[in-house]
Design a binder for this molecule. Structure first.
Ligand code: CA
Length: 252
């Protein structure tokens, strides 16, 4: 019986070996192809492996080209988006209230600068003292002409003083030497008889002339000073003491 089985197996093998190749299955049905297939599978797969080897470089190149193209498309899409935004801005124009907005900003900036200017003046003027309701500096050591006195005040970040009321004049008078002249920031240099505050160009709200003043004596008295609580027009070249104020009249 065992011999019969062996003969049957040999016969089957011989039949398979001589059968036409067209009758062989086209798919390898082995359970463990790497271990069992051997030369048969290598022969069958060889054309496919050769094909892969020949075209591997092309396929790799094609993948790289596809990646580069994709990146290029992404950049184009980004540029297109930016162009669309720009075109939209150009078509729609600036906001209609842009001028009003700018006006408001400029107004706010000017207000802030005025506040800062007053604040700075109080910081840089330590010699100033509160007289009445405002801060003044009384120069009682060096006499200057009117122009030089104004410069000295400006170097301290201030200006020559003006007097705004009878109460303020009374408070200042109590601090001044009653025998000395003190320059104020009032002049009619621009137009005879039209006395103005130099810093602002405005007419003073308060004046207290001595009787007979201003008289423009000799035709060359165009700057105002204070003597014992009363105002005089005097020669601008005269040397006098002077008073500075911390407030900037040009900002009122
Ligand atoms: Ca005079």
């Amino acid at each position: 019986m065992q011999k019969l089985s062996i003969w049957l197996l040999l016969a089957l093998f011989a039949w398979n070996a001589h059968a036409p190749s067209a009758a062989m299955p086209s798919v390898c049905l082995l359970q463990d192809a790497p271990q069992q297939c051997g030369e048969f599978c290598l022969t069958a797969l060889s054309p496919m492996l050769d094909h892969i080897a020949r075209h591997e470089g092309e396929w790799t190149s094609s993948v790289l080209q596809a990646n580069a193209t994709e990146a290029r498309l992404a950049r184009i899409e980004t540029l297109q988006t930016a162009m669309n935004i720009r075109q939209k801005v150009l078509q729609e124009g600036f906001p209609k209230d842009i001028v009003a907005r700018l006006d408001r900003l400029e107004s706010q900036q000017a207000a802030l600068l005025r506040i800062l200017s007053k604040f700075d003046r109080k910081i840089v003027a330590p010699k100033f003292e509160l007289i009445g309701s405002r801060f003044f500096y009384i120069e009682d050591e060096t006499r200057r002409n009117w122009t030089s006195a104004g410069s000295a005040c400006r170097q301290m970040g201030t200006q020559l003083a003006t007097i705004r009321s009878a109460e303020e004049l009374a408070a200042l008078r109590a601090k001044l030497n009653k025998e000395r002249h003190y320059w104020l920031d009032i002049t009619d240099l621009e137009k005879e008889g039209d006395f103005r505050i130099s810093a602002s160009g405005k007419r003073p709200n308060f004046l207290k002339w001595r009787a007979g003043q201003p008289n423009n004596f000799s035709g060359n008295q165009h700057c105002v000073d204070l003597l014992d609580g009363l105002m005089y027009d005097n020669k601008c070249e005269s040397l006098s003491y002077f008073i500075c104020q911390s407030d900037d009249d040009s900002l009122d």
